[in-house]
Structures are given as C-alpha cells and as structure tokens.
Design a binder for this molecule. Sequence first.
Ligand SMILES: NC(=O)c1ccc[n+]([C@@H]2O[C@H](COP(=O)([O-])OP(=O)(O)OC[C@H]3O[C@@H](n4cnc5c(N)ncnc54)[C@H](OP(=O)(O)O)[C@@H]3O)[C@@H](O)[C@H]2O)c1
Length: 254
Amino acid sequence: MKPVCLVIGAGAGIGGNVGKRFARGGYHAVLCRRSDEDGLRTLVESIEAEGGSASGVLLNAAEPDSIEDRIRAVETDIGPIEVLVFNLGAQIGDRALQDTSYKAFELGWRLATFALFRAASAICPLMEARGTGTILVTSATAAVRGNAGQHSHAAAMGGRRMLCQTLNAEFSSKGIHVAHVLIDGAVDAPDTLGKMLGPERFQQLRESRGQEHDGLMLPAKMAETYFHLAQQHRSAWTHEIDLRAFSDRPWWNH
Ligand SMILES: NC(=O)c1ccc[n+]([C@@H]2O[C@H](COP(=O)([O-])OP(=O)(O)OC[C@H]3O[C@@H](n4cnc5c(N)ncnc54)[C@H](OP(=O)(O)O)[C@@H]3O)[C@@H](O)[C@H]2O)c1
C-alpha cells in the first residue's frame, strides 16, 4: 500500500504541485479543493499520466465537519495519512479597518487558524498512535508581519504560525513533524493570486516579474521543499522555513 499524502487546498499553484511531487515520490495523493471539479480532474489525470496515483475530492473547509470527515474517510477507504499538507489561504486583499466586516475578519480566522486546529485535532491522535506523521502548513508573510489593510489576514496567519509552534511543542516528541512554511512573496498561482488580480493584471505580473525573470515563485520548484521536509530524519527536523524569489527582499527588510 502506498503512503498517503492529503492536500487540503489543492489548486493549480502550491497545493496541486505539492500533490504532484508527492505522487512522483511514491505517495497516493488525495487532493481537496472547494470548487472546480474540472481542475481537480485535470490534476489527477496529469498525475496518473506520469504513472502516479491520486484521487480528488471537493471539500469546503469552512463547513463544519468537512475536514474531520474527509480525514476519517481517507484513513478508512485509502490508508493511513502519512503527510498532511494544509494549504488553505485566507487572503481577502487589502481592506481598511472600516471596510473589514466582522464576518470577513472571522472568516479569515476560520480558514487560516481554526481549520488548521480542526485538521490537527482529527489527524494528530491517529499519527500519535502510529508514532509518525508529517504536517506541512503553508503560510504567508502576514504570519510574521502586520501591514496596512491586512487586519483579517495577518491576525489569522499569525495565529496559524503560533498554532504550528504549539502543535510542535506537544507532538514533536511523539513523532509528529509539523513544519510552518512561510511563503514570503508572490506565487505563480492562477487559482488564487490570478483570480484576485484578474486575468489581465495577472498576465502583466507574469510578464514583468515571472517567466524568465524568476521573480514569481514557481509552485513546482516550491514543491521540492515540501517533499524534502517530509523526508527529513527526525534528528534534524525543520520546524519553520521561508521561501521567496531571489529578487525579492525578505519581510524583515522592508
Ligand atoms: N499565491 C500567492 O501569491 C501566495 C503568497 C503567499 C502565501 N500564499 C499561501 O499559499 C497557500 C495557497 O497556495 P496557492 O496560492 O499556490 O494556491 P493553490 O494551491 O493553487 O490553491 C489553493 C486552493 O485552496 C482552495 N480553497 C480555498 N478556500 C477553500 C475552502 N474553504 N475549502 C476548500 N478549499 C479551499 C481553493 O480551491 P478553489 O479554487 O476550488 O476554491 C484553491 O484552489 C495559502 O496558504 C496562502 O496563504 C500564497
């Protein structure tokens, strides 16, 4: 039986590419996203075309029990989840305080922080019983730096980072490796950044900073880091790592 890698938030950017990388590395990738069944099918087919193994399922992480039920179903129907990739974003764009409704603020927390807590509550007891498991949590600059208009996103991502540290404090010695992967810059991700900017601005960004300029992070390249994290020996685990394009200044320098 292949080890299982469950990706929560598998679009065409980081999530999908991390799933592909794990499938290439011998895992069965279970790919979950909220909408776009066609996108999921395309992703699964592209993995299968390479000789890998994957399945895709729609899941709305904001709905009660959605994550918990999916984790239970994967464990029962497919196999023990060795790697959980938690990749949900919670970016709503820059909004002044008065334009950030209670609802928008709370939704950021629900997706960035509480959904990770729910996933951890479901998977950690199972991984603990097995004495092994890896939880890779994608994060953002907002986890370490508040900024104008980022009330919801920064508060929620800061919570995500602290939750990762707290999970590590409880579960590292029990064999569970939790890594907080801080993405410090823009990713060539059509389903998230692409939709937020719209097709025209996204294309302009790709032409000015992406493509041969390598100033937009490439999800397929980022996926190598995720795969490596899951293969680390427990005597030398990374608990926090950041990724940014060579031409970007790090978050602490601007
Ligand atoms: N893109 C960037 O520039 C950037 C920068 C810094 C950090 N990040 C971090 O990177 C991660 C996302 O990676 P990515 O941008 O490359 O995107 P991606 O992996 O291409 O896609 C993420 C997927 O998450 C899914 N998702 C969102 N809300 C969901 C929900 N409620 N339930 C289930 N699925 C949901 C979306 O599915 P649907 O499309 O089907 O709704 C989306 O396709 C986030 O943690 C984000 O904070 C991204």
